[in-house]
Design a protein around this ligand. Structure first.
Ligand code: R5P
Length: 309
């Protein structure tokens, strides 16, 4: 059993909303709390030798609206402690229990691609919906599912990182050409290109396996004076972006700047992408990573307000 003391509030917070961070989400919760004037406190998770989790919430949360903060990369390890925390918050008297998940996992397995496969996005959504009252997230991978409400049974809000990405590119890149590595990325690429009044192209992608990806680039000979900016929602193995960087370099364009919303960065993705010739790799801070350069906390704060009335 953990010997750590349970954190508690030294003074009653002015607001009726409390932000409770799951481990690893303290910085996001504190930044949101500072922007909104909400208290933020950590939830502790002790892992027993057998792998089970002991989740401990701060004292004094009764009658507050509790907002759990937990980004959901590496979701399997995070799900059980998150559900324990949500259930405990309700038992301890929280009025409502919501979740800010800057990255929402399992959105890509939105159909049965091969016989026998689980449709994970639906089961994951049903599980979270069972324990939570609302959900706030950033650019979930909406493709065949068009709105979170199709699979989540609770009120949800989606924040798009596009304005923050536009702001960063506006300050750091002159004469950009936005490039989406596959048809699914067009929604983000088009929005950012419009915000910058810049042209965009979208590549065609074929994925044969987790790390086996090829893309084809349309004719960009009229755009050789532009700085290519590759933009995708999720950078996981990096193989999509690596294939795109290779095509872009072959076409005579300069080395691209690679931008993603969610730096999932599985395995050697970051190093491999830099080694493949990316000029720079930049991400939003929905998942903590060395590439984080674009702060989406103000957008999250705005998105949370309607849930805190
Ligand atoms: C899928 O369509 C997503 O938008 C990304 O393109 C994909 O998740 C990237 O994965 P990876 O980095 O493993 O190639």
């Amino acid at each position: 059993m953990s010997s750590k003391r349970t954190p508690s509030m030294s003074a009653k917070p002015a607001s009726n909303t409390l932000l409770l961070s799951m481990p690893g989400n303290e910085i996001t919760a504190e930044a949101l709390g500072a922007l909104l004037g909400f208290a933020s406190m950590p939830i502790t998770v002790h892992t027993f030798p057998d792998g089970e989790s002991l989740v401990t919430l701060p004292e004094g949360i009764a009658d507050y609206n509790v907002v759990l903060v937990c980004t959901l990369d590496q979701p399997n390890a995070k799900l059980a402690p998150l559900l324990f925390a949500a259930d405990a918050a309700r038992q301890l008297g929280a009025k409502r229990v919501g979740l800010i998940a800057p990255y929402l996992a399992y959105m890509r397995q939105d159909m049965r691609f091969h016989s026998g496969e689980a449709i994970s996005s639906r089961t994951f959504a049903a599980t979270l919906s069972r324990y939570l009252d609302f959900l706030l997230t950033v650019d979930p991978h909406l493709h065949r599912v068009h709105m979170l409400g199709e699979i989540y049974a609770i009120p949800s809000r989606v924040i798009t990182a596009a304005p923050a990405i536009v702001g960063w590119l506006h300050c750091h890149v002159t004469n950009p050409l936005l490039i989406g590595p596959d048809v699914e990325s067009e929604q983000w690429t088009a929005a950012v290109a419009e915000g910058l009044s810049a042209p965009y192209v979208v590549l065609e992608k074929i994925r044969r396996g987790d790390s086996d990806v090829s893309v084809s680039l349309p004719d960009t000979r009229d755009l050789l004076d532009r700085t290519p900016v590759l933009l995708d929602d999720i950078l996981s193995t990096g193989r999509t972006m690596i294939a795109a960087v290779t095509r872009i370099r072959e076409s005579g364009l300069p080395a691209p700047i690679c931008v993603c919303v969610h730096a999932v960065m599985a395995g050697d993705a970051y190093q491999a992408l830099l080694a493949a010739g990316a000029a720079e790799v930049v991400s939003c801070n929905t998942i903590s990573h060395a590439s984080n350069a674009i702060d989406i906390t103000p957008l999250l704060a705005q998105g949370l307000l309607p849930f805190c009335q």
